[in-house]
Structures are given as structure tokens and as C-alpha cells.
Ligand binder design. Sequence first.
Ligand SMILES: O=P([O-])([O-])O[C@@H]1[C@H](O)[C@H](O)[C@@H](O)[C@H](O)[C@H]1O
Ligand SMILES: [Mg+2]
Length: 282
Amino acid sequence: MADPWQKAYDFAVEVAREAGEEIRKAGECEMKVQTKSSTVDLVTKTDERVEKIIIRALKGEFGDGAFIGEESVANGQPCVLSDKPTWIIDPVDGTTNFVHGFPFVAVSIAFAVNKELEFGVVYSCLEDKMYKARKGKGAFCNDEPIQVSDVEEIKKSIIISEHGTDRRKEVVTKIFSTMQKILCIPVHGLRGSGTAATNMCLVATGAVEAFFEIGIHCWDIAAGAVIVQEAGGVLMDVDGGPFDLMSRRMVSANNKKIADRIIKEIEAFDVTRDDAPVQKKE
Ligand SMILES: O=P([O-])([O-])O[C@@H]1[C@H](O)[C@H](O)[C@@H](O)[C@H](O)[C@H]1O
Ligand SMILES: [Mg+2]
């Protein structure tokens, strides 16, 4: 078959749109907020319900496959990327925004085969922007082609980063020290939308030059990774090495010059890989 994944790609776009509709409706209702890894790592019934809707739809169309979903992993499912065709899902990226009514919330669905990302779909559902990209076929927002910015001078850039959910003082100190150094290069500005998936789409459209974060998960960035690359951008590790989806560290940028300049300023801290063996409780 010449193009084995086109049907899956088209279907993912439809599923993301339906999931976004559910999120929009749920945002108008009272919500019960719970916490996960820390008191600032939030989850709602909508995150869990929307993930189930997405997985049920994908299984209904393509049968049982491999899935890495944020809420399934939180409930004890394995988080290992194998060579099998694998769906990587964040049902609600920007849960804190969703809870507070801050208007950037995204559905993120990616698909990998042989550990390589084939396509990614990010639906920024409150803005009604459907971002999508397939390996080798370009990146789009609402069906219009998108491209990264051509800025090469860091002093003419806007950079995005996030604070994540780790509030240990030594971690927060490193995050702010990095941001301070980047701000003082000086860059035109620092931003953050509160959703990693949307941040990557902002790199892909050229609205900003780069987005970096330590502490994100594979489901936050898998779809965005394809979108950034297909829009002409680059992905790297925060130490300048190759991008590793499961490492929880990433720099995405419009070009290598901007990425390298940011990497010079990043003060890294340790995070546990997404695919680290789960420690069994005694
Ligand atoms: O929990 P969630 O809202 O799906 O995802 C979070 C968002 O993408 C946020 O922008 C990023 O800073 C965090 O690292 C993520 O965990
Ligand atoms: Mg997320």
C-alpha cells in the first residue's frame, strides 16, 4: 500500500475535533478538580472522559493497538514506546488553563511506528485551530500551510517556556535563572500559553522562535514535534544532543542557530524519563 497511514491521520483529525467539542462543553459546567504528582498537577473528570472517548473511537476504527495516554499512564498503564504502531494522546493539554478558564487548551494526538513519529494533530479547541502534520507532507493550521519564522538573530526573537509542575525550590531556581539569562540576552520577549502542544504550534506558525521545557511528557509534545519539523523547525535535547521523545527534555526552534543559543543558557535539572521502569511499592 502506497500510503498506509493516511486514513489514520484523517481519522485522528476528526477524533481531535470531537474531543475538543466535549472539552468546550465541559468548560461551561462546574468541574471537580483532583491532583496527581503534586498539588499543582491537576486533573478533572473531563481529562479522563475525553481520553476514553478518543481511545474508544480509535479502537473502534482500527482495532486494539498500542496506546500511551496521559490519564491511562496516571492510572498505571505502561509508558513504553515500542516498534508497534502507537497512539500517543494528551486528551486535555493545559488542564490548569481549562480549570481556570484561561483560553488555551489543546487535544494532542500523535502516531508513531517503529518509534518514529508519523503524524501529529493538535486541536487548540477554544481558539478552534486545527494544527496537523504528517511526516514529509507539510504542516497546516485550519488547512493552510504553516512555516517557522526566518529570524536568525536571538535578539530579534520571542521565546516560550513554562514553569511545569515541579515546585521544589532548587528546580524553580534553575527555571527562573535560565529565563533570566535568556531575557537578558536580550530577547524581544518571553511567553507561555500554558499548553506545551500549543506552544509547539506557535513555533510552527512563526509566532515565536522557540519553545523549550524540562519536565514535559511525551504526550504533551509528540504531535507538536511532527508539526514543528514539518513546518521547517528543529528539535533538540536541552544539552544540544538529539531529541529524545521519552526524555522529558526538549528544545523546539525555528532553526539550529536559535536553538543552540538558547541551549547555552539552559540550566538543566534531573527528571525521570517517561519510560523509566516503575518502582513497585513494597
Ligand atoms: O498536564 P497537562 O496540562 O496535560 O500538560 C502540561 C502543559 O503542557 C504545560 O504547558 C507544561 O508546562 C506541563 O509540563 C505539562 O504537563
Ligand atoms: Mg499535557
